[in-house]
Design a protein around this ligand. Structure first.
Ligand SMILES: [Ca+2]
Length: 399
């Protein structure tokens, strides 16, 4: 969560040792960083209102969503932000909702297909206070002015009272599957839905890029289960990528107070929320579930205590512009106002964390999305009503 106050020491003393561990949890991580890499940051594109997701196209232009329901295109030099692309679906932008993520098809150059995630209102008048995440596919016209042949591939049902913890991140795999992250929707009385295969809340789902349900999904044949479910027990996953070598889905998710996580997702596994958590309840720091680990529940690869970083999206950095960061996972932070670099060792499918450090904290900005550009530079999407894209490049521009 993005706005939770840090618990006081006295609150912690009442709540016990877990909370104290949260308070002092990851200060040591920041102190272990290596020598800083020489880089400069500059505004690449500005004038974006509450932007949420972005994706580069192969020609270097950048698609950016704005929560109000607008999709814009930044030209390849970062000089010009287009007027809104026409033909987008209606979105429900109440609370944290609206147009969320955008991604492109692996064969975009040939088919110009893009995917959008957004909240969609319940059309029944008596249910107008409810919405759900939907995913649509559309073709971006050759001139980029509009989308056409829009097809809704996925709809979250039942719709849920508007609120927070939406999830909403998209990730496409090279073999024609589309992953979507779905949050628990915050209401404490509905938390256990993250553990129920009958609900989409607190899940990652996997569909085909044409909207079909893959027959090898883990619960596709199970009675009463939603067949699109790929993994369960997530709280508010707002970051996702598919690892280019293993094909595994990686997610970043907001924990409760403390307890933000990165998870390497395996087919059909349970990531624990709300049965276990490294975090605690807001305000009281009362414990949630039964501790931090339990047999049968997959532990996170990384977790943060307090202060919460509130992770947005994450990427695997594979570029040449910053060789020191190649192979690291980079996680955007909202409340944490930085990008966390997670340095890994070991096998791609069973990595170990060897270092983590915050980068770009001097910007003081909430990072909503992060991408590696075609030039190997980093592009950070800054949240807010005056949102912008920041480019991070090496100081010696020879690369
Ligand atoms: Ca977990």
């Amino acid at each position: 969560m993005n706005t939770a106050p840090r618990p006081s020491l006295s609150t912690c003393l009442r709540a016990g040792l877990l909370c104290a561990a949260l308070l002092f949890g990851h200060a040591a991580d920041a102190a272990r960083g290596p020598a800083p890499t020489a880089f400069q940051t500059s505004t690449y594109a500005a004038g974006l209102e509450l932007p949420w997701g972005m994706e580069f196209m192969p020609d270097g232009r950048l698609l950016v969503t704005e929560r109000a329901g607008r999709l814009r295109i930044v030209d390849a030099q970062g000089d010009k932000v287009s007027i809104p692309v026409r033909g987008l679906p209606a979105v429900d932008r109440r609370s944290h909702g609206g147009l969320l993520d955008v991604t492109i098809d692996p064969a975009f150059e040939a088919n110009r297909l893009i995917y959008l995630s957004y909240t969609e209102v319940d059309r029944r008048r008596s249910r107008a206070g409810r919405n759900g995440i939907a995913v649509a596919r559309a073709r971006l016209s050759d001139d980029g002015a509009r989308v056409e042949q829009l097809k809704v591939l996925f709809r979250q049902t039942p719709k849920i009272a508007i609120g927070e913890n939406l999830g909403g991140r998209l990730a496409v795999s090279g073999d024609g599957h589309l992953f979507l992250t779905l949050g628990d929707r915050y209401a404490p009385e509905d938390r256990m839905r993250a553990q129920s295969l009958g609900y989409y809340q607190g899940k990652t789902v996997r569909i085909r890029t044409d909207g079909g349900v893959p027959a090898d999904n883990p619960f596709a044949q199970r009675a009463g289960a939603r067949p699109e479910i790929w993994s369960l027990g997530h709280r508010n996953p707002q970051g996702a990528f598919v690892h280019p070598r293993t094909g595994q889905l990686w997610v970043a998710e907001h924990g409760p107070q403390g307890g933000d996580e990165i998870n390497v997702v395996r087919k059909g596994r349970n990531y624990g929320w709300p049965l276990v958590s490294f975090g605690c309840e807001y305000n009281t720091c009362a414990p949630i579930g039964g501790g931090t680990a339990k047999a049968g529940l997959a532990p996170p690869l990384v977790h943060w205590g307090l202060p919460a970083i509130a992770p947005s999206n994450l990427i695997l950095y594979t570029g040449d512009q910053f060789p020191e960061w190649k192979g690291s996972v980079l996680v955007g932070a909202l409340a944490g106002k930085a990008v966390w670099r997670i340095e890994l060792a070991g096998e791609d499918a069973a990595p170990r964390v060897v270092r983590r450090e915050p980068l770009f904290a001097e910007l003081g900005e909430r990072i909503r999305d992060i991408r590696q550009g075609p030039d190997g530079g980093l592009y950070l999407l800054v949240d807010g009503v005056q949102g912008r894209v920041v480019r991070v490049a090496r100081t010696d521009a020879s690369l």
